[in-house]
Write a protein that binds this ligand. Structure first.
Ligand code: 3HC
Ligand code: NAI
Length: 698
């Protein structure tokens, strides 16, 4: 292996270059190389100043995350940073692209920092369940002050070069692309000025501010509910206000090491890697996607308008077809509203919003308008006959090679594909609501879908800034299928005596963004009712039908959109309070079913809910609907509010122990062996003493 750190001299300037693609992560070899380079710099009498630069597209992306969980190998990063900072001759960090985590900590060890325009700087460690471990929590507050450090480190956010200059995180911002040249020019100036070594660690401690610390803790308890690292980051920053550098660094290291051992760190690191692995599929490896220059959308309701917005926000021209002029106008209005909201959130500026609407969006009422689209996404009513009519029309007008996609939630995409003359061009693109906000895209590959169509769907997801997961065809694909099974488990508990509000609270305490019944209110009780109607024919007598939910539907209590569902929503509020009337409806349902209610503990609710989830997920994998457990983890993390710090349900199951999850399934099966049939895959993994992660390899 070539040396990942190079030491060269340009006159009196030593240039230390880190080259460890793709992100110059600070692996053991890089740490050793940096250490050696600064030892050499100290001894190199001809060198009067050093510049640290990163080769490739960024400065340094941080510690090497793949080393986490293994015993740390010397030299440790804090020591390397300490050596840089202790240099008697000045050191400059020249940052381009990004300086993240340990990368920014190396820069903080330097005495002068320059960033190229467009660079991002930050300490994102909390997003991996840890805190900066090489001085970030001690040096950054000394440089930028307590309040700025509290805003930046516990949230794990990044700042641009310009903002970094304003907060004095860097000393200079330079234009251009060449960090090495900019760094050398800056070093020359410093030499001319006779600038000394100027260690950040020698700056005075940041001033203690109890109110600011309290405010940060209160904010994080709300915003980072359940997460340990953000609050630990506040503790470490607080330490900087009362300890000298050496003691502060030791305290930081202690917290860092403790966090390294937590399941949250394991969960978050798992999430980081699977998000990158999810798009790596053998079936599209090396397959070139088709061109994507113009998008068509059919149906401009909630989803169609959202999908159109998502494409427009990423610069793709969209033609949207609705049933009639009034519906088309309404759809255009919804899209304009979505863009206005993006302007308000600062995601878009007004002139760009106006230009998008004027130049990139066409609404029409005839399918001919779609004749030039490269990819057409259908988002009309969830009705097979309507979908088939739309696809027949698309088959007539779409150009050869155009991709015909459906946003159906549950319908059989093989059947839709079979209804057209070009089934290999048909695919499912299951967006989540609101489609221009939610990150997840289930790419549903039908029997006859051509690999390049799948590859194009993944390319579209990248273009839209979404995370695509490959799913197979079945009722509900990956996410909705698992969700409906979980909801069935919850309905069983409710029928037996749990209240839906207790179920919601228990699952929120587990870490879900919302409980299952609050989600029903958000999606609308009509959706569940119509799904039950659709499935009524296939229903088994042992299935539990939530008759109370049907009653709510008939009373017009459809959830948030009518101000009342399981919860009551005061005008404009998206947070409801429990509706006691619902308990009465449930009591009636229990009486009708001859059930005498019993109490559930929150723990029992959580175990049953998660056992149902994992059991169904195991079936989804075994049937090939999801190819790997990681596909389920990514789906639940990005589409269903599963707590990221648990890594996903399959990671949770692995960490809990599959034997224990299977034991829960079997215990439940003792009272109901229809719903709680153990998934054969789960049984097999337990028998073979393996975990789900063993199926993620390759
Ligand atoms: N360690 C190991 N591998 C890393 C890595 C890291 N810090 N950062 C990225 N990678 C890998 C990715 O897994 C991916 O591998 P693959 O090609 O095999 O899938 C490859 O590098 C490219 O990464 P991305 O696809 O994410 O590339 P992007 O260009 O989209 O993004 C990035 C680059 C912004 C640097 C992004 O990768 C990122 O955010 N990385 C993590 C940054 C981070 O969290 N750093 C802090 C680490 S913890 C730390 O420093 C502790 C210290 O305080 C002691
Ligand atoms: P919606 O009822 O809000 O919108 C449907 C739109 O399609 C209406 O505006 C209607 O005028 C239009 N339409 C109907 N027939 C048409 C035709 N022949 N030609 C052109 N336009 C036609 O429904 P929504 O919620 O947007 O759902 C659309 C699809 O997306 C459904 O298949 C649904 O299952 C799916 N979906 C819905 C999600 C949700 O959260 N609502 C999430 C993911 C998928």
């Amino acid at each position: 292996m070539t040396d990942p750190v190079r030491y060269e001299r340009d006159g009196g300037i030593a240039v230390v270059t880190i080259e460890n693609g793709p992100v110059n992560a600070l692996s053991q070899a890089v740490r050793a190389g940096l250490d050696a380079a600064f030892e050499r710099f100290a001894a190199d009498d001809a060198a009067r100043i050093a510049v640290i630069v990163g080769a490739g597209r960024l400065f340094i992306g941080g510690a090497d995350i793949s080393e986490f969980g293994t015993p740390p190998a010397a030299p440790l990063l804090p020591d390397v940073v300490g050596r840089i900072e202790a240099s008697e001759k000045p050191v400059v960090a020249a940052i381009h692209g990004a300086a993240l985590g340990g990368g920014l900590e190396v820069a903080l060890g330097a005495h002068y920092r320059l960033a190229l325009d467009g660079a991002q700087l930050g300490l994102p460690e909390v997003k991996l369940g840890i805190i900066p471990g090489a001085g970030g929590t001690q040096r950054a507050p000394r440089l930028i002050g307590l309040k700025a450090a509290l805003a930046m480190i516990p949230a794990g956010g990044t700042v641009t070069a310009g903002a970094a200059l304003e907060m004095r995180l860097v000393d200079r911002v330079a234009a251009g692309e060449d960090a090495r040249a900019a760094g050398i020019a800056y070093a020359r100036e410093l030499l001319e000025q006779g600038a000394p070594a100027r260690p950040v660690g020698a700056l005075p401690r940041p001033v203690a501010d109890a109110a600011a610390l309290d405010e940060a803790r209160a904010r994080l308890a709300r915003k980072a509910r359940g997460e340990v690292a953000p609050l630990a980051a506040v503790d470490a920053i607080e330490a900087a206000t009362r300890l000298d550098l050496a003691e502060g660094l030791a305290e930081e290291r202690r917290i860092f090491r403790d966090l390294m051992e937590t399941p949250q760190r394991a969960g978050l690191v798992h999430a980081f890697f699977i998000e990158r692995k999810v798009a790596k599929l053998p079936e599209i490896d090396g397959i070139a996607p088709r061109g994507l220059d113009a998008i068509g959308v059919v149906g401009g309701g909630l989803m169609g308008a959202g999908i159109a917005t998502a494409a427009l926000l990423r610069g793709l021209p969209v033609t949207l077809v609705e049933r009639d002029a009034a519906a088309a106008e309404k759809a255009a209005g919804t899209i304009a509203g979505n863009l206005d909201a993006a302007v308000k959130r600062g995601k878009l500026d007004q002139p760009r919003r106006d230009a998008i609407l004027a130049e990139k969006l066409t609404v029409a009422t005839g399918y001919e308008a779609l004749s030039r689209a490269d990819l057409i996404i259908e988002a009309v009513f969830e009705d097979m006959e309507v979908k088939k009519q739309v696809f027949a029309a698309l088959d007539r007008v779409a150009r050869p090679g155009a991709i015909l996609a459906t946003n159906t939630s549950y319908l059989d995409i093989d059947a839709i594909a079979a209804s057209v003359s070009r089934p290999s061009d048909v695919i499912g693109l299951h967006f989540f609501s609101p489609a221009h906000v939610m990150k997840l895209l289930e790419v549903v590959v039908a029997d006859k879908t051509a690999p390049e169509v799948t590859a194009t769907a993944f390319a579209l997801a990248r273009r839209l800034g979404k995370i695509a997961v490959r799913a197979g065809v079945c009722d509900g694909f990956i996410g909705n299928r698992i969700l409906s099974h979980c909801r069935a488990a919850a309905d069983r508990m409710v029928l037996q005596g749990a209240s839906p509000f207790q179920v919601d609270q228990a699952m929120r305490d587990f870490g879900f963004a919302m409980g299952p019944y609050a989600v029903v209110d958000l999606a609308g009780l009509d959706i569940g009712f119509l799904t039950r109607q659709r499935k009524a024919r296939d229903r088994d007598p042992r299935d539990v039908v939530p008759t109370w939910a049907d009653a709510l539907y008939h009373m017009g209590r459809l959830g948030q959109k009518t101000g009342r569902g399981y919860y009551i929503y005061e005008a404009g509020s998206r947070v409801g309070r429990p509706d006691p009337g619902v308990e009465e409806l449930i009591a009636k349902a229990r009486a009708e079913a001859g059930v005498s209610p019993r109490d559930f503990t929150d723990e029992e609710i959580r175990r049953r809910y998660m056992a149902a989830l994992v059991n169904e997920a195991a079936r989804v994998i075994e049937e090939g609907i999801a190819q790997r457990p990681l596909d389920i983890d990514v789906t639940l993390l990005h589409g269903y509010g599963f707590p990221r710090w648990r890594g996903g349900p399959m990671k949770w199951a692995d960490m809990t122990g599959l034997g224990s999850v299977l034991a829960d399934v079997r215990r439940c099966a003792a009272e109901d062996d229809y719903f709680w049939r153990p998934a054969p895959l789960l049984e097999r993994l337990v028998a073979e003493n393996r975990n789900f992660d063993s199926l993620n390899a390759g």
